[in-house]
Design a protein around this ligand. Structure first.
Ligand code: FAD
Ligand code: NAI
Length: 503
């Protein structure tokens, strides 16, 4: 009985202290303290972007020593790994967004967050020109500001290879608006297929979804659409659900080239069970209004009727990135993106640091890489601030020498020596990437994971990996608020299913 009593008391104390901690954290998040004002004597770092790289930098950097300006056309951070779940309504769009101001407001010095698109960078005058591209504009909607350091983290855009019809007729899976558009179009296809008197061949066309690209984006989107079909459409559209077809088209001989052979086979067999047709060695040649034109493995050209095409064909550099690189024609020649040195400085432009998908490095363009690079830059700026402070101190000491007495001069000399020693110890270490593994959701409550383990790799797939995938992503979300929203959405979807209404 005594044991039960102790257990009861411990549980009670744990619940009370857990609730108190939760309330404390949420209150601190909502009501941040006062911040230092912007200081013209400090250097200004301008950050372009509010994605993985930029947000990770914002979280890490100590703004005591800098004025920070963030410019991005989106005033939020988007948690891309869960974007395909938004496309079918498993998660609501707001759950995977984190307004940039929530993070900026917690820094020691005020951070200026500007919702605008950078149009050009002049690395010679060290200025950025940006424009308010939103619907509502004031009298001023374009301006140019100077920077001491520029963090260039604008990501990449979708690679369409100029294939006819892709840009105007396909759906993408890059931005939040893409996921919302995919959801709208897919539901429209279903409702149109349900229209009375619809021809049989037209129903089959409308219910055929073609996903292009067997990289992780295409795989995850196919898996999520399949879940929507199995978990919800079968109950609410029983006469149509069995006729929905998903085809995944990939130009290479296999899907997911970055995963181990075992996981590629596992994914392909899971897709086979899920009745997702995987067409490898098949290339999309054109996207038409009601069909997709494919070059088959035997090089013949075939046209397949379909209701919608989802394009997940990879990344390419943004125009602003190409323009910036064009200013250094002799050193910025890699078409994949900006070439950087070991400290992530743009080769040719000392004051520009480039991170994430806009760069061309030996790493894959992933969130993992971009966020580690952002965190690394936070540490680099701390070192640079130390260096600046020591250099300033040296100048002050040297200026004091002519007016100092003999005894004071001896003191100054020893202080100079000490500052020089400390300055010599300020070293910028090169960026080192630590791979934490690759994870992807493949539908049917299954995920695959290639995880580094004791100098080797563990390749695992299945339901347990799916639970690991969910826990890994929920812990990676940038805020408690997002964690609560995502967990809540998963629960609501499990209990009530996905919402079928179309806005
Ligand atoms: P982004 O995160 O794309 O950020 C770029 C930022 O720049 C955005 O805020 C954008 O609004 C802003 N911007 C654009 N143009 C301008 C401009 N002209 N001026 C100013 N700002 C501008 N990686 C993983 O490691 N694991 C995953 O599970 C994973 N899942 C993914 C799922 C999907 C559907 C997608 C599309 C990608 C996924 N990735 C994943 C890849 C990952 O999202 C990217 O590698 C990562 O976003 C790159 O970070 P970034 O900061 O370079 O660019
Ligand atoms: P990707 O570049 O990895 O894959 C695109 C695929 O499309 C390629 O396999 C290519 O062969 C194929 N393709 C291109 N044009 C084609 C055509 N005309 N016809 C048929 N196939 C064509 O692009 P993805 O999947 O968007 O990923 C981009 C980056 O984001 C990658 O680095 C990836 O690792 C990362 N990512 C990671 C995720 C994860 O870890 N779970 C999820 C999503 C993206």
């Amino acid at each position: 009985r005594q044991f039960t009593h102790i257990l009861g008391r411990t549980t009670f104390i744990a619940i009370i202290s857990g609730t108190a901690a939760f309330l404390y954290v949420t209150q601190r998040e909502r009501h941040p303290g006062t911040q230092l004002p912007s200081d013209p004597s400090k250097k200004t770092i301008v950050v372009l972007g509010s994605g993985w790289g930029a947000t990770s930098l914002l979280k890490t950097i100590d703004t005591t020593e800098y004025n920070l300006v963030i410019i991005s056309p989106k005033n939020y951070f988007l948690f891309t790994p869960l974007l395909p779940s938004v496309a079918v309504g498993t998660l609501s769009p707001r759950s995977i967004l984190q307004p940039t101001r929530y993070l900026a407001r917690h820094k020691s010095r005020q951070v200026s967050v500007i919702e605008a698109e950078a149009k050009s960078v002049d690395p010679f005058t060290k200025t950025v020109t940006f424009e308010d591209d939103s619907e509502i504009k004031g009298n001023t909607s374009q301006t140019t500001i100077p920077y001491d350091y520029l963090v260039y983290a604008v990501g990449a855009e979708v690679q369409t290879f100029g294939i006819p019809g892709v840009q105007d007729k396909a759906c993408f899976m890059k931005e939040l608006a893409d996921a919302e558009e995919l959801q709208r179009r897919f539901k429209d296809c279903i409702e149109t297929a349900a229209f009375p008197g619809q021809q049989e061949s037209e129903i089959d066309r409308l219910l055929h979804v073609v996903v292009v690209g067997g990289g992780p984006t295409g795989i995850e989107v196919s898996g999520e659409i399949h879940d929507f079909l199995e978990d919800d459409l079968k109950s609410w559209y029983p006469e149509l659900a069995g006729r929905v077809r998903i085809s995944l088209v990939e130009a290479l001989p296999s899907v997911l080239p970055m995963f181990s052979k075992q996981l590629i086979e596992y994914t392909e067999s899971t897709f086979k069970e899920s009745k997702i047709d995987v067409l490898t060695k098949t290339m999309v040649k054109e996207v038409k209004d009601n069909s997709v034109v494919l070059q088959m493995p035997d090089k013949t050209i075939k046209e397949f009727p379909c209701g919608m095409v989802v394009w997940a064909g990879g990344n390419k550099g943004r125009k602003i990135t190409q323009d910036l690189m064009a200013q250094f024609p002799s050193v910025q020649t890699n078409r994949r993106g900006i070439t950087v040195d070991h400290h992530l400085r743009m080769v040719g432009a000392e004051s520009i640091f480039a991170i994430g998908d806009c760069t061309s490095t030996s790493y894959a363009p992933t969130a993992q890489v971009a966020s580690q690079q952002g965190a690394y830059l936070g540490r680099v700026f701390a070192q640079l601030a130390k260096k600046d402070n020591f250099e300033k101190k040296l100048i002050e000491l040297q200026q004091a020498v002519p007016v100092a007495s003999e005894s004071e001069q001896a003191n100054i000399a020893s202080e100079v020596e000490s500052v020089q020693n400390q300055l010599a110890k300020v070293k910028l270490r090169p960026f080192h990437y630590s791979h934490q593994g690759s994870l992807a959701y493949i539908g049917s409550d299954k995920a695959i994971a290639d995880l580094p383990f004791a100098n080797g790799n563990i390749a695992t797939g299945g339901v347990m990996t799916f639970l690991f995938w969910r826990s890994a992503y929920i812990s990676t979300l940038f805020s408690l608020r997002n964690r609560v929203l995502v967990a809540n959405d998963w629960l609501i979807t499990k209990i009530f299913g996905r919402d079928l209404s179309r806005d």
